[in-house]
Design a protein around this ligand. Structure first.
Ligand code: C5P
Length: 233
């Protein structure tokens, strides 16, 4: 089987977070990475793909002007569409998803954190190939460290078996109809990624082994790591 059809994927990039852990007054996504705003790297890596037909960024009302200004000064193969995000990441994705018609040209949706600027072309190839067979596939990486659970009450910790434990990455790719169905059943129950909502439907989500270098910029020091990875390549 070849890859996904040209322009058949709508990319959703949640970018409406406050980035409190980053500790800067401005959105961490505006931080410079090799001279471009961090979010531009994430968008560009998707925009360069023939499979991508739409790019929808969910941003906060406060940041919209800055995003629009930065978008106008970079050249991208596709226009960036903006929607106003919500209080939680899931709300932001929902609002972007509302812009996608189930019967439209895009039958797939790829949700990708705007804070992951390093996703590789190889990993995109793999997850786009896998999703054709399963309808739901996400990049993930096996956990390499030892996992501990804090017991509380002065009891210290216990070790969690890491066998079969993966860390979810993005993009997370789904049939549009499937993700819409998952969101329709969400009902505000907490979830930290989109795949969790699809799992709740009882639909299998395929884990596709991706590079651990596809890191999410969370703390300022992550930017130096990302820069080192970019400059090595
Ligand atoms: O905070 P964290 O880095 O885990 O957020 C992951 C992604 O979700 C970020 O790109 C962030 O901007 C986005 N987000 C969002 N709307 C929110 C919270 C987070 O779009 N309300």
């Amino acid at each position: 089987m070849g890859g996904l059809k040209e322009r058949s994927v709508a990319a959703i990039l949640p970018a409406a977070g406050s980035g409190q852990r980053f500790g800067d007054s401005k959105n961490k996504l505006f931080s410079s990475l090799n001279g471009d705003p961090l979010w531009v790297h994430s968008v560009r890596r998707l925009a360069m793909r023939a499979e991508i037909g739409r790019l929808i960024l969910a941003v906060s009302e406060h940041d919209l002007g800055d995003f629009q200004e930065q978008a106008s000064s970079v050249s991208l193969p596709l226009p960036v569409e903006f929607v106003i995000g919500g209080a939680e990441r899931m709300d932001s994705v929902q609002r972007a998803l509302d812009q996608i018609d189930t019967e439209g040209q895009q039958s797939w949706v790829a949700v990708h954190d705007a804070a992951r600027p390093l996703v590789s072309a190889d990993d995109l190839d793999k997850v786009f190939l896998a999703v054709q067979q399963t309808g739901a596939a996400i990049l993930a990486t096996p956990v390499s460290g030892t996992l501990k659970r804090e017991l509380g009450g002065g009891l210290g910790s216990e070790t969690v078996d890491r066998e079969g434990i993966w860390m979810a990455l993005t993009p997370q790719v789904f049939r549009v109809g499937l993700l819409k169905q998952a969101y329709a059943k969400h009902n505000g129950r907490p979830a930290t990624d989109d795949a969790q909502l699809v799992e709740r439907l009882g639909h299998a989500v395929q884990l596709v082994k991706g590079s651990a270098e596809n890191l999410k910029i969370t703390f300022p020091e992550d930017l130096s790591i990302a820069e080192a990875i970019l400059n090595r390549k």
